[in-house]
Design a protein around this ligand. Structure first.
Ligand code: DX5
Ligand code: ZN
Length: 221
């Protein structure tokens, strides 16, 4: 299964004093997905925004059809699934590293009407999600240590993408394969060649000289 490439700009690199205006740039470029990075100051050493802000973004008329790809970088994501689903998320992804019932939480996400995703940090081997890949809509391979935008891309994550793509093929699954961190015009095609189809880009999109050209390039990957 090969999906057409999707660009999911990360609002983390937008203007946080004008989040609604920054988010509205995404549909204005004809893009469907918006990546929302939720950080708790525990799982990652940074804080961003919570469900109230996601709900407020959802109420913006320009964003009513935008696909909210909500990436929870939380120690206890299971406590916040309902809040982020009710806030208008379309997909909620949760990390495999903290200890909680991953399978039950992934099921809860679907029961609340959202797509679900499982996320791996750079130091996490891909085998630890093998038992879950048949139950998810998306697997997110972090290509930086999460917490901050603008970090250097980890090319050594490419074998993980290749293995996940091989499992997907062998088991006839159809989860999307997303990458997040340091994705730009140079590194994105490497991810695509390794099997990725969904590309989070914070800095490379929001700080681009020509966002239209960047979005057009990604659609050709
Ligand atoms: C990192 C976040 C990313 C981040 C990517 O913790 O999960 O989504 O915004 O930013 P760039 O594209 O600048 O590396
Ligand atoms: Zn992210």
């Amino acid at each position: 299964m090969t999906f057409a490439p999707i660009l999911a700009p990360s609002l983390l690199a937008g203007d946080h004093a004008a989040l609604g205006d920054s988010a509205a740039v995404v549909p204005a470029h004809g893009l469907e997905w918006l990546h929302l990075d939720i950080m708790d100051g525990h799982f990652v050493p940074n804080l961003t925004f919570g469900p109230e802000i996601v709900a407020a973004l959802r109420r913006r008329p320009e964003l009513s059809d935008t696909f909210f790809d909500t990436h929870l970088m939380l120690d206890e994501p299971h406590r916040y699934i309902e809040a982020f689903a009710k806030a208008g998320s379309n997909l909620i992804s949760i990390h495999i590293e903290p200890t909680y019932d991953h399978r039950a939480t992934l099921a809860e996400i679907r029961n609340l009407g959202c797509q679900n995703g499982i996320v791996l940090n750079p130091g996490t081997p891909v085998d630890v999600v093998k038992h879950l890949v048949a139950e998810v809509d998306l697997v997110l391979v972090m290509t930086v240590q999460p917490g901050f935008g603008g970090q250097s891309f980890r090319e050594d994550m490419m074998p993980k993408l290749q293995r996940l793509a091989a499992w997907r093929e062998a088991q006839n699954l159809n989860f999307r394969l997303e990458v997040d961190g340091g994705v730009d015009l140079k590194t994105g095609p490497l991810c695509r060649a390794a099997g990725a189809d969904t590309f989070v880009a914070g800095t490379a999109f929001f700080k681009a000289e020509d966002r239209t050209a960047f979005a057009a390039a990604v659609s050709g990957w």
